[in-house]
Design a protein around this ligand. Structure first.
Ligand code: PEP
Ligand code: MN
Length: 334
């Protein structure tokens, strides 16, 4: 349920209402927007008398929310949410560039790539330490040592770091990580989502390859309902009958999700296509449909990458993509 308040509602009247709601075990999400103040109510709202609340003279309107996601719902929070990631931010009309290798492979590799992508305008460094691989015989990532190397790259460049978690037990290792990634395969690992909801670091939540928008938003809701509202959504391609590309990039997810949720949404053209020659055009498409960011796999030596070489681009290509996609995104707001 949402309660729209009239402008200039006094803090005392508002406190009277919120205290009464809390006494009925209702949790309140207050959003002071540019045009209106909204109270989003979560809990057993079925028992609340809408007429009683509507009758208050400082209440403009009361509506029941039909969708099962509440905290993530645009109706709860009409303005776009902007998420801080260390010194960077995601949302609010800019195109945040997140770049780095699929996997951390060595100090020289991660620090070298970090410096190059930073010079091109990336403001967050990615790099996998725990890798969810289809085969148990493939490289599984450098694990704890990979995170240590990411921390060195962060110290050397000042770039905040994002890396994937596969199990809540790994959380202590993520102490100096700036944003925690939940991969497509774990989008519905509800215990992991709840654990991430009980800590404060922003979460990059990737869409599962067979997940609907509503299922993605319900996964965000799992995190948010535990208290952590810092969630960034990521469209990374879904599985279709097409075999030529690794997945099928659903660009409609950006404008569609923006109507449904206030959370920022970024695009991963690397896992969406699996083909390096498609990263550049799809990055431009993502910028044009209003994505809040791009996460791109960049490798200094893609031919010898330990993971996802075929979809990795070189820093020189990233430089071109960064310039043009930033210009395209800016053009969308003129
Ligand atoms: C990744 O970003 O390295 C990754 C494994 O992505 P996804 O979960 O989207 O497959
Ligand atoms: Mn990868």
């Amino acid at each position: 349920m949402i309660v729209l308040l009239k402008k200039d509602t006094s803090p005392e009247r508002l406190a009277g209402l919120t205290d009464w709601l809390r006494s009925k075990n209702i949790e309140i999400h207050k959003s002071v927007g540019s045009t209106e103040t909204v109270l989003g109510l979560v809990g057993d709202t079925a028992k609340l008398d809408i007429d009683l609340i509507s009758a208050l003279d400082f209440v403009k309107d009361v509506k029941r929310i039909q969708e099962p996601y509440k905290a993530a719902n645009r109706k709860f929070h009409p303005d776009d949410t902007v998420i801080a990631v260390g010194s960077a931010h995601i949302g609010g009309g800019d195109l945040t560039l997140i770049a780095g290798p699929c996997s951390v492979e060595s100090e020289e590799q991660i620090v070298g790539i970090a410096k190059q992508v930073k010079a091109s305008g990336a403001t967050v460094l990615r790099g996998g330490a725990f890798k969810p691989r289809t085969s148990p015989y493939s490289f599984q990532g450098m694990r704890a040592e990979g995170i240590e190397l990411l921390e060195i790259a962060k110290q050397e460049t000042g770039l905040p770091i994002v890396t994937e978690i596969m199990d809540a037990d790994q959380l202590p290792l993520f102490k100096n990580v700036d944003m925690i990634q939940v991969g497509a395969r774990n989008m519905q690992n509800f215990e992991l989502l709840k654990a991430l909801g009980r800590q404060e670091k922003p979460v990059l939540l990737k869409r599962g390859f067979a997940a609907t928008y509503e299922e993605l938003l319900m996964s965000a809701e799992y995190i948010m309902s535990e208290g952590n509202e810092n969630v960034v959504l990521c469209e990374r391609g879904i599985r279709t009958f097409e075999q030529y590309t690794r997945n099928c990039l659903d660009l409609a997810a950006v404008p569609a999700l923006k109507t449904l949720t206030h959370l920022p949404i970024i695009i991963d053209p690397s896992h969406a296509t699996g083909r390096r020659e498609l990263i550049e055009p799809l990055s431009y498409g993502a910028a044009a449909v209003g994505a809040d960011g791009l996460i791109i796999e960049v490798h200094n030596d893609p031919e010898h990458a330990l993971c996802d070489g075929p979809q990795s681009i070189k820093p020189e290509t990233f430089d071109v993509i960064a310039r043009r996609s930033t210009a395209i995104r800016a053009a969308m707001t003129v």
